[in-house]
Design a protein around this ligand. Structure first.
Ligand SMILES: O=P(O)(O)OC[C@H]1O[C@H](OP(=O)(O)OP(=O)(O)O)[C@H](O)[C@@H]1O
Ligand code: HPA
Ligand SMILES: [Mg+2]
Length: 183
C-alpha cells in the first residue's frame, strides 16, 4: 500500500521505502563486517520486524539463519503496557550462538529490555540488537543497541511492518499517524 492511498490517516511521511532500503543496505554492510567470520543467528520479533528481517537478511552477502519470537506488550493501543508475554518462543537453542536481535522499533525500550535479559539467560556466545527505528525521547530504559537505522521523534509511526491496531503494516513507507486516528 502506498501513502497516497491513505487519505488523511497519516500526518506526514517520515521515511520513504527508498530511504528505508538504502539504510538497511548500509546496516547490512556494517553487520557483515562484524559477523562475516561467525555464524550469526538473526532473531526477529514478530510481527513488526517481518519486513525489516526480509530486507536486512537479503542485504547480508553470506550465509545467515533466522528464528522468530513473538511477544506482546502493546495490545491494541499506542502505549506499551510494560507487561511482556511470550506468544511464541524460539525453535533454536541459542547457547553458544552469535545472536542478533532484529527489531522494527525501540520505543519505551521495555519490550527489548525484557527480551534481551530473557535471551541472555540462555547463554548465547554473543547478543546484539539491530533496530530500524529508535525514539530516544521515549526511553524508559536504556537499551544498548549496536545497529540503529534512524532515530525518530516521539510520535506514533506506522508502516513497513509497524501497526496501529494491526493495520498499516503493508504501507511501503513509514509515516506519522495523524492524531485524529487515535484520540
Ligand atoms: O520499546 P517498546 O515501547 O517496548 O515498543 C517496541 C515494541 O512494540 C512493538 O511491538 P508490539 O508489541 O506492538 O507487537 P507487534 O510487533 O506485533 O506490532 C514493536 O514491534 C516493538 O516490538
Ligand atoms: O510508534 C509506534 N508505532 C507502531 N508500533 C509501535 N510500537 C511501539 N512504538 C510504536
Ligand atoms: Mg505493534
Amino acid at each position: 500500500m502506498d501513502s497516497a492511498h491513505l487519505g488523511d490517516d497519516l500526518d506526514h511521511v517520515l521515511y520513504t521505502q527508498e530511504q528505508i532500503h538504502a539504510r538497511l543496505e548500509e546496516l547490512g554492510k556494517e553487520i557483515w563486517a562484524d559477523y562475516h567470520d561467525k555464524e550469526v543467528l538473526l532473531v526477529g520479533v514478530l510481527k513488526g520486524a517481518v519486513l525489516v528481517m526480509a530486507d536486512l537478511m537479503r542485504a547480508l552477502p553470506g550465509t545467515v539463519t533466522m528464528d522468530w519470537m513473538a511477544v506482546s506488550s502493546y495490545g491494541s493501543g499506542t502505549k506499551s503496557s510494560g507487561v511482556v508475554r511470550i506468544l511464541k518462543d524460539l525453535d533454536t537453542d541459542i547457547s553458544n550462538r552469535h545472536v542478533l536481535i532484529v527489531e522494527d522499533i525501540i520505543d519505551s525500550g521495555l519490550t527489548l529490555n525484557w527480551i534481551r535479559s530473557n535471551l541472555l539467560s540462555r547463554n548465547p556466545a554473543s547478543l546484539e540488537i539491530c533496530t530500524l527505528l529508535r525514539k530516544p525521547e521515549a526511553a524508559k530504559v536504556e537499551i544498548d543497541c549496536k545497529y540503529v537505522g534512524f532515530e525518530i521523534p516521539n510520535e506514533f509511526v506506522v508502516g513497513y511492518g509497524l501497526d496501529f491496531d494491526e493495520k498499516y503494516r503493508n504501507l511501503r513507507d513509514i509515516g506519522v499517524l495523524a492524531p485524529h486516528m487515535y484520540s
